[in-house]
Write a protein that binds this ligand. Structure first.
Ligand code: NAP
Length: 247
């Protein structure tokens, strides 16, 4: 799975799963631009990792929920990289609350960061990918998009929307040799899941047949396969990487 010479964009690549994806792609020789929202220090650390791996790459502070910012960001990336072969829509947030306590702002901001961001970035890479007749798009959804989850109506709605968009986009873009697939992580150890208390984590662990939490690398390896030539004939699929949580 050599990705040498390929150019990738990973949203939310400064921490957690996104960082794992950035480093996995880079370890296969891929040049990678990643975005982040606010944590400059974490982004700098990933930039250092990229230069140690000997590939081209850098981080851009860019709110993925903003359509205008995304258009500007992609313009800058295309000027520097010349092309984009791979897009990984990974940026995401949670603002959990039972429905009766969930504010309109908490609903809207999660939908914007998790779902609208996929629209923003996919639309921004569409023209160059269609022109070059090649593109590999991976959308990071979640297993809760399939199962539902109490206290996460906003998050689950956003991630279920990502699955719907993945399938529509896959059908729309297949004739241009652009594949679109969704990866659904289960419980992966990152800052996002670090917010849960021990009781919640213990309950979650009992639902995982492989009896361990996932690591960012578990997701990154699957993403790296899906964007490689080995997966040229796979599109519109929803792949759970969850230790068997959802069957
Ligand atoms: P994380 O550790 O909280 O990292 C989130 C990353 O996204 C950070 O790099 C963050 O940047 C960036 N980000 C957040 N909002 C953004 C925005 N509006 N614009 C640009 N970048 C933004 O999260 P994670 O656990 O790695 O999750 C990554 C993806 O996997 C998310 O889509 C999440 O929903 C999904 N997922 C995670 C799990 C899990 O168990 N962890 C399970 C299922 C699905 P800053 O550092 O600047 O904040």
């Amino acid at each position: 799975m050599n990705l040498k010479g390929k150019k990738a964009v990973v949203t939310g690549g400064s921490r957690g799963i996104g960082k794992g994806i950035v480093l996995e792609l880079a370890s296969k020789g891929c040049d990678v631009v990643f975005t982040y929202n606010s944590n400059e220090e974490a982004a700098k650390a990933v930039e250092n990792d990229l230069s140690e791996l000997g590939v081209e790459g850098f981080g851009i502070k860019a709110d993925a929920s903003s359509f205008e910012t995304t258009q500007e960001t992609m313009k800058n990336i295309l000027e520097k990289f010349g092309r984009v072969d791979i897009l990984v829509n990974n940026a995401g947030i949670t603002k959990d609350n039972p429905l009766f306590m969930m504010s309109e702002n908490d609903f809207d901001s999660v939908i914007d960061a998790n779902l609208k961001s996929v629209f923003n970035y996919t639309k921004a890479v569409l023209r160059p990918m269609i022109k070059q007749r090649y593109g590999r798009i991976i959308n990071i959804s979640s297993v809760v998009a399939i199962t539902g989850n109490p206290g996460q109506a906003n998050y689950v709605a956003s991630k279920a929307g990502v699955i719907g968009m993945t399938k529509s986009n896959a059908k729309e873009l297949a004739s241009r040799n652009i594949t679109v697939n969704a990866v659904c992580p289960g419980f992966i150890e990152t800052d996002m899941t670090g917010k849960l208390n021990d009781q919640q984590k213990d309950a979650m662990l009992k639902t995982i047949p492989l009896a361990r939490f996932g690591k960012s690398e578990d997701i990154a390896k699957v993403v790296s396969f899906l964007v490689s030539d080995s997966a040229d004939y796979i599109t519109g699929q929803v792949i759970a990487v969850d230790g068997g949580m959802v069957m």
